[in-house]
Every structure is written in structure tokens, then in C-alpha cells.
Design a protein around this ligand. Structure first.
Ligand SMILES: Cc1ncc(COP(=O)(O)O)c(C=O)c1O
Ligand SMILES: N[C@@H](CCCC[NH3+])C(=O)O
Length: 434
């Protein structure tokens, strides 16, 4: 079994993380429970930042908060000197409520509303990543109305297909995101934004997909964009101060996954950009990246209590846990794979392969199809690894199941950072018929 960060087995033979026994966590905070290894998040953040510092490149590492957005997480990102990518009024609100410096917030999204854009302008956030022509017009009208200047990036769709799951491809031509590079949309967008007095066009952005294990996609995207930057410098006198290459750096969910280290992704990207910039005799732009999953994914563990079981003779044995697609929709949505152990006996030898089912009223509510486990009983505690990204953030109340609590662990201390939802919470916005 591969243990991440501070996760290991303590003297009681139990799984521990951040110096805290997982059985204690389950006892104190209940299950299902999202547990985050804070030291590992810090290590990942520093890994990305140091990689830029080492190469003496001006950079911003913006945490893509969609992966896991809560007040405490945003504060941790701030402590680590990250910038922040938000993609909705709700994520922006969370960031501001957490006291995150507005000038380091970047606002994404393919359909930002007038209210969301006004909110961003009112708080003078760092920049808005304009996604489409509709948004150019909308943002112009707001800037005029409020006589406010704003920094913008243009989101470019470079036509790169990263090797990843089909559902999460975003850099290919047929995408709902961004201005297409091939068919002249980016140039048209530059022509519409550069002369507008209230816009400061900082540069260009692209994001080619998620859970990517190779650097080739990033390098190709950089090549395509820098080549155009040279053309636009000549033609439009546009000098891109920022080149944002997005997020998407892969992590290790199972033994089959072989991600690179943050420093490896970053150093290859920098090498390529430096080479291209030199080749086209351009000024080196700041390089921005937006890791989400790779900052928080493997730092998260979900603890579940095992309940019912069902044998389908000669087919499989189902073991059901007290959560499921309501707290982790990724297996149902992307056939995502996870590994898990029994937190109360992580080193016990597996003697059967079981299928971990959730408790939602949906046949597809499965967390792990084939998991080798030792003999299990009712009081066993299942720890599913690598649930830190897009678990809590995509959690839902299907079947009116309350969302789990979230706990941060570090140096032997556990801190509750999101309370468990209650049944009262579930109906708090419901209004009676009369
Ligand atoms: C624009 C943008 N930036 C950053 C991210 C973060 O991606 P990941 O969590 O894979 O690093 C995403 C999500 O895929 C995104 O759409
Ligand atoms: N939510 C997805 C990835 C999409 C990232 C946002 N563009 C996941 O769980 O893998």
C-alpha cells in the first residue's frame, strides 16, 4: 500500500494522518469525514513555487479553488503565498470572506453574470479571464458604467487534446471555453479589447485539460500561443505580459497513475517557454499556472463506516458505506478509480476482493468496484485515499444526505474546518405550502 504525505500506521496499528489516529477522528467528528493532511498541501504548494524561484522566473501559482473551496482552504492558500483562481460568485465570495487579498484573485468562467462581474470590479480583484465575445461586451458596459479599469486575460483554446478522460477535455477546438486560436477568434478578441481604455490586457490564458501526466500538451500549447504572440506583437503591437498555462497536473490515484513532480512539470514548461521567447525575440512574460487537483488531491482521505453487505454468489460481494456519490461523485461521473484500506487494520492481509457501494438510491453509486480487503465487520472504518480534489467541492444532497464535515490535521492536531450538515440545514431554504 502506498501512503501519501504524513499518512502512515501508528503504534496501535491504525491509520494515522497528520499525527492523528483516524479512529479518533471518526469518533470525534463522525463519518463520512473528509480529512486533509495540511503538511502535504503545503509541500505541494511549495513544490510549485520553488520550481519557479529556482529558475528565476516571475510567476504566479494560483490555486484553482474549484478543486476544494472553503474558507480555511483559501486561508491556507494565502499562508502559502499562492494566488487564487475562482470561477463563480460563490467561490469569489468564499475567497473574500476568508480575507484573501483581492489583487491575487483571478476570475474565470464561461458565463459570468453581470452581478458576478460587478462584484469582481467592486472588490478590485487581480484580473478577469475573459472567455467569449459576449463577456467582452458585458464587461465593457460595466466598466463604462462604473468608470472602472480592470486587468484582463483572454482565454485561448489552443486546439490541444491532452491525454485524459474525454469528459474533462477543455483545450480542444470543440469546447465551450475560450477563444479559438486557429480560426482567428483570439485575434478578433484582441482587436476588441486592446483599444478599450478601461481594459489592461495583461496576457493570454489556456487550460488544456485535467489529470494530465505528460508535459507534451503544455509544451505544444505554449508553442502555439507564443508563435501567435510574435505575430501579434508585429501586427497589433501587443506584448503579452502574462502567459497563463492553466492547471491539470495529474496525481496518483492508484498504482497505475504515474504523475511527475510539480518541479518536473514546471521546469519543462519554463525551459520550453524560455526557448520560444528567445527564438521569437520576445520579452519573457510572467508564467502563471493554476493547479487544483495537484495541490489538494492526494492530501484528502475520506473515512466511512462500513454497514451492510450483500453477496452475489460467484459474481461479487458488495460492502456498503455511509456515504457515496453524494460525497464523491467522481467514480459515477468519470469512472474514476480509488484505493482504500481499513483504517483500523491497514496492514492486515487482504483475503477477498469486494465492491464498495454508496448508500444512495442509484445502482451507479459505487465508490470502488474491485478492492482487495481483509475480513470486514460492521465496525470497520474504510479510508479512501486521494479524495481531496473535487470530492467536497462536487458533493451534493442527493437523497437528502447531509454533506460530511471537513477536518484539517497537522502536527497531531485536528481542526474542524467545515461542520457536518444537519437535517435542519437540509430544509432551511424550504418553504411550506401554507
Ligand atoms: C481554467 C482552469 N484552471 C485550472 C483548473 C484546475 O485543474 P486541475 O484541478 O486539474 O489542476 C481547471 C479545471 O480543470 C480549469 O478549468
Ligand atoms: N471535476 C473534475 C475535473 C474538472 C476540472 C475543472 N475544469 C474532476 O473531478 O476530475
Amino acid at each position: 500500500m502506498y501512503f501519501y504525505g504524513t499518512t502512515g500506521v501508528n503504534k496501535n496499528g491504525h491509520l494515522e494522518v497528520g499525527g492523528v489516529d483516524c479512529l479518533e477522528l471518526a469518533k470525534d467528528f463522525g463519518t463520512p469525514l473528509y480529512v486533509y493532511d495540511v503538511a502535504l498541501i503545503r509541500e505541494r504548494a511549495r513544490g510549485f513555487k520553488h520550481a519557479f524561484d529556482e529558475q528565476n522566473v516571475k510567476a504566479q501559482v494560483a490555486y484553482a479553488s474549484k478543486a476544494f473551496s472553503t474558507v480555511a482552504m483559501v486561508q491556507l492558500a494565502e499562508e502559502e503565498g499562492l494566488s487564487l483562481d475562482v470561477v463563480s460568485g460563490g467561490e469569489l465570495y468564499t475567497a473574500l470572506a476568508a480575507g484573501f487579498p483581492a489583487e491575487r484573485i483571478h476570475f474565470h468562467g464561461n458565463n459570468k453574470s453581470r452581478e458576478e462581474l460587478e462584484m469582481a470590479l467592486e472588490h478590485q480583484i487581480g484580473c478577469i479571464v475573459i472567455d467569449n465575445f459576449y463577456e467582452i461586451d458585458l464587461l465593457k458596459s460595466i466598466c463604462i458604467e462604473k468608470s472602472t479599469k480592470v486587468n484582463v486575460l483572454l482565454r485561448v483554446t489552443p486546439g490541444i487534446e491532452a491525454h485524459t478522460h474525454d469528459y474533462i477535455l477543455t483545450g480542444q477546438e470543440d469546447s465551450k471555453f475560450g477563444f479559438d486560436l486557429q480560426n482567428g477568434q483570439v485575434e478578433k478578441a484582441l482587436e476588441e479589447t486592446l483599444p478599450f481604455d478601461y481594459f489592461h490586457v495583461l496576457g493570454l490564458h489556456c487550460h488544456i485539460g485535467s489529470q494530465i501526466f505528460e508535459t507534451m500538451g503544455f509544451l505544444l500549447a505554449a508553442r502555439k500561443i507564443v508563435e501567435k504572440m510574435a505575430e501579434w506583437q508585429e501586427k497589433l503591437s501587443f506584448e503579452s505580459e502574462v502567459l497563463n498555462l492553466g492547471g491539470g497536473f495529474g496525481i496518483r490515484y492508484t498504482q497505475e497513475d504515474e504523475p511527475l513532480l510539480p518541479s518536473q512539470y514546471v521546469s519543462e514548461i519554463i525551459k520550453e517557454v524560455k526557448h520560444l521567447i528567445e527564438y521569437y525575440s520576445l520579452k519573457m512574460p510572467e508564467i502563471w499556472i493554476e493547479p487544483g487537483r495537484s495541490l489538494v488531491g492526494d492530501a484528502g482521505i475520506t473515512l466511512y463506516k462500513i454497514g451492510s453487505s450483500k453477496d452475489v454468489p460467484n459474481v461479487r460481494k458488495y460492502l456498503a458505506v455511509d456515504g457515496g456519490m453524494s460525497d464523491n461523485i467522481r467514480p459515477a461521473l468519470y469512472q474514476a478509480k480509488y484505493e482504500a484500506v481499513l483504517a483500523n487494520k491497514p496492514l492486515a492481509r487482504a483475503n477477498e476482493t469486494v465492491s464498495i457501494a454508496g448508500k444512495c438510491c442509484e445502482s451507479g453509486d459505487m465508490l470502488i468496484w474491485d478492492l482487495p480487503l481483509p475480513e470486514t465487520g460492521e465496525d470497520d472504518l474504510l479510508a479512501v485515499f486521494c479524495t481531496g480534489a473535487y470530492g467536497y467541492s462536487m458533493a451534493n444532497n442527493y437523497n437528502r444526505i447531509p454533506r460530511p464535515a471537513v477536518v484539517f490535521v497537522e502536527n497531531g492536531n485536528a481542526t474542524l474546518v467545515v461542520k457536518r450538515e444537519t437535517y435542519e440545514d437540509l430544509i432551511k431554504h424550504d418553504l411550506p405550502l401554507k
